[in-house]
Design a binder for this molecule. Structure first.
Ligand SMILES: *[C@@H]1O[C@H](CO)[C@@H](O)[C@H](O)[C@H]1NC(C)=O
Ligand SMILES: *[C@@H]1O[C@H](CO)[C@@H](O)[C@H](O)[C@H]1NC(C)=O
Ligand SMILES: *[C@@H]1O[C@H](CO)[C@@H](O)[C@H](O)[C@H]1NC(C)=O
Ligand SMILES: *[C@@H]1O[C@H](CO)[C@@H](O)[C@H](O)[C@H]1NC(C)=O
Ligand SMILES: *[C@@H]1O[C@H](CO)[C@@H](O)[C@H](O)[C@H]1NC(C)=O
Ligand SMILES: *[C@@H]1O[C@H](CO)[C@@H](O)[C@H](O)[C@H]1NC(C)=O
Length: 449
């Protein structure tokens, strides 16, 4: 071989190794991302979203009652999801590793690939425990209880041993994850005091927290309506087609993965991030931030037509909790405070909370969400990651004041920006004018028609 040829080969080799080194150096690593995108709709961890309440004092006012609607904490996936995770993920894991190592395809960085290699499905994940509250879910609720005790020491002292007067009211839907959430919250509030006036109402009789499960006209509307159309349009459209193509390529497949495979990886990513808030699921490395935002939009779209403004009966089935709040506050206004509890706590579901927010006209966009307007709705108000993550909660505090009474509103421990109120502090008279008519006339008789 001539020296010239040898030189050329040498140069080529040098360039090649350089290129490899370079591409490894600039390659994005999810594991190294200091600001990973953690918003995952209703599977968002509460720790990612909640605020901290700084100062609950309202000048010349005294807090009389706190009313809260609280979603259960972090839960397990559904039965089908658990089945698919167990069935599909280990195989995908092996194939992705093989794609990278044996076929030199795919573009996950080394660190992300290593994390994926050591990944194991949570051994405690059992299909008999589908949708059960997780260990993190208990923590979500007990720490929430402990913080609210700090925020409102006048209202939430210790559990009274003399229960001649019902100082506190706790009520949950008849489902494991909400009942355990209630117990965890009480534990955060009062330690291991035995609270013997908790109430669990069977779904078939729960016209307060789960009217949507029994309201016939609403059920008819939902099963009949075009809500699934927008979601299907998005799933069948070019955005999701691109996601499938991009993810397949990123993971080193020469064929297009099925939608179900891509979805189950996203499901694992969302749930694992919520179960272990100090760790990151290796499955998230399969997706870019932009792709995660599209998945987020898909759930927002679904919820918009299932439990919000896209469904005309939402503000009817979402009304009973608002009516309950208004009834309690009216009693306080009229001076019945001896009869009224200091704290009222309801434990329910993301749908319950979304319907209540919709009844109150919170997070209402002027343009409806559609499959076709993803780009223009990027700054939408209807964003379930923010509104309804695990352990999401709406708190309303009634203050008796020297002049006009006030109601203070918080969503996920942030002042709720409500039109006509200042940093979440509303005049009670204004609130009655704004939504009182709706609250006192729920019109739920249409459910039985
Ligand atoms: C809390 O806010 C009120 C006004 O709403 C103010 O008068 C008071 O000084 C504040 N207290 C603290 C400790 O910041
Ligand atoms: C719970 O109860 C046990 C026994 O009654 C007591 O020893 C313990 O200190 C209590 N824990 C808390 C956090 O109150
Ligand atoms: C709850 O416990 C207290 C104190 O042990 C008791 O006086 C009261 O009757 C109990 N209430 C109910 C509803 O069981
Ligand atoms: C759908 O709506 C029509 C009338 O609009 C009604 O007759 C039919 O029973 C509904 N179907 C379902 C499945 O609810
Ligand atoms: C696409 O549309 C068809 C019906 O038109 C539907 O059966 C299917 O589930 C949709 N979704 C996906 C992801 O293909
Ligand atoms: C898919 O990848 C292409 C090329 O990198 C990119 O332009 C496009 O935005 C990606 N699509 C999605 C939905 O992220």
């Amino acid at each position: 071989m001539s020296s010239e040829k040898l030189f050329a080969i040498l140069i080529a080799c040098l360039c090649l190794t350089n290129e490899l080194a370079l591409s490894e150096a600039v390659k994005y690593c999810y594991s190294d991302d200091e600001h990973p995108y953690l918003q995952a709709g209703t599977k968002t961890a509460y720790e990612v979203e909640h605020g901290i309440i700084k100062n609950t004092t309202v000048p010349n006012c005294k807090p009389m009652q706190i009313w809260m609607l609280i979603r259960h904490g972090t839960r397990n996936p559904g039965k089908e999801e658990i089945k698919n995770m167990k069935h599909n993920l280990p195989e995908l894991q092996q194939k992705i590793i093989k794609n990278h190592e044996q076929y030199r395809k795919g573009s996950l960085c080394k660190k992300d690939l290593e994390k994926l290699r050591t990944w194991k499905l949570d051994a405690n994940l059992d299909k008999h425990k589908h949708k059960h509250l997780t260990a993190q879910g208990k923590k979500d609720l007990s720490s929430l209880g402990a913080r609210f005790k700090d925020y409102f020491p006048e209202l939430l002292q210790s559990y009274p041993l003399d229960s001649s007067r019902r100082k506190y009211k706790f009520r949950s839907t008849d489902i494991e994850r909400t009942i355990v959430s209630m117990d965890s919250f009480i534990n955060g509030l009062f330690g291991n005091a035995t609270v013997n006036n908790t109430e669990v109402v069977p779904t078939s009789k729960d016209t307060l927290l789960q009217l949507y499960k029994i309201c016939k006209s609403w059920l008819d509307q939902v099963s009949n309506s075009s809500d699934k159309n927008e979601v299907d349009k998005l799933l069948n459209g070019s955005l999701f087609s691109e996601i499938i193509g991009n993810v397949s390529q990123r993971l080193g497949f020469s064929h297009r993965l099925s939608f179900d495979d891509v979805l189950i990886m996203y499901t694992a990513c969302s749930f694992e991030n919520a179960w272990h808030i100090d760790e990151r699921s290796p499955w998230c490395a399969a997706f870019t931030k932009g792709e995660k935002e599209i998945f987020e939009y898909e759930e927002d779209l679904y919820c918009y037509y299932y439990s919000s403004y896209g469904q005309i009966l939402s503000s009817v089935v979402g009304c009973p909790p608002l009516q309950d709040m208004f009834n309690h506050f009216t009693k306080l206004e009229n001076g019945d405070s001896n009869e009224e509890p200091q704290g009222i706590f309801y434990f329910a579901h993301s749908t319950t909370l979304q319907l209540l927010l919709t009844t109150m006209e919170i997070a209402k966009d002027s343009v409806p969400l559609k499959a076709s307007n993803y780009e223009t709705m990027r700054n939408r108000k209807w964003r379930t990651s923010r509104l309804a993550p695990f352990a999401a909660n709406l708190a309303a505090v009634f203050y008796k004041c020297d002049s006009s009474n006030k109601v203070r509103l918080y969503l996920n421990e942030k002042p709720l920006h409500y039109e006509g109120c200042e940093a979440g502090v509303c005049d009670w008279e204004y609130l009655k004018k704004k939504i009182g008519f709706k609250a006192f006339n729920c019109n739920t008789n249409i459910c039985t028609k």
